[in-house]
Write a protein that binds this ligand. Structure first.
Ligand code: AMP
Length: 202
């Protein structure tokens, strides 16, 4: 396989979590992206679900683009680049904000796997960008085992309490497993791929 038809930004935990199904889902996601010729854009870490997804994508011959700030290199990229076959690009940024922006602008869609505070920050940042009309990229939560149901309930609660428009809920979708994720991406990704849609500085 050479090249890629579209790019998918993956936000997910730098830890593996306690439930092995999430490690499995991260591996399946990486392999699924490679199979579909979709480039994986991720936080360049070797650890947790991030590392699992990237290694699976690379092992399946997929392209990856890792984006990491200098100060996180020792912590999240302790193992260094894992493949030197030219399929794994790496961008080093100065700041976390720059990292998020580079990941986002080089992607056609955003997928969120289970994760912690960093993943939540990333999800809410791109959700708020969508809310104020800065982009219309697909935003998909991989809800394996119902992991994201508390988040969906929180968003519903915020809407019910009058702190957001009901339309906020339509800006993202939760899918139950990797096959459903692949179908959702298939439906929503542009045929030719982006990326590079400029994001106004928020
Ligand atoms: P976590 O979900 O906490 O494991 O973090 C997942 C990824 O999000 C890691 O690569 C973190 O470096 C990153 N991250 C943590 N905090 C932030 C932040 N404020 N902005 C952007 N990324 C972050």
């Amino acid at each position: 396989m050479s090249g890629f038809s579209a790019s998918v930004c993956l936000f997910c935990g730098a830890r593996p979590g306690r439930d092995a199904q999430h490690v499995q889902a991260a591996r399946e996601t990486g392999a699924m992206l490679a199979r579909n010729h979709w480039r994986l854009v991720y936080g360049a870490g070797d650890s947790g679900l991030m590392g699992e997804a990237a290694r699976a994508a690379q092992a399946a011959g997929g392209q990856t683009l890792g984006v990491i700030p200098t100060h996180l290199m020792p912590r999240e990229r302790a193992g260094g680049a894992r493949n030197g076959d030219g399929r794994a690009g790496l961008v080093v940024t100065e700041t976390m904000h720059e990292r998020k922006k580079v990941m986002f602008t080089n992607s056609d869609a955003v997928v969120v796997l289970p994760g912690g505070a960093g993943t939540l920050d990333e999800f809410f940042e791109v959700l708020t960008w969508a809310q104020i009309g800065l982009h219309g990229k697909p935003l998909l939560l991989l809800d394996a085992g119902g992991f994201w149901q508390p988040l969906v309930a929180l968003v519903d609660h915020v809407i019910a309490q009058g702190f957001a428009e009901a339309s906020l809920r339509a800006l993202f979708d939760a899918v139950p497993d990797v096959p459903a994720l692949a179908q959702a991406l298939e439906r929503s990704l542009p045929v030719a791929g982006v990326a590079g849609v400029a994001l106004e500085a928020p």
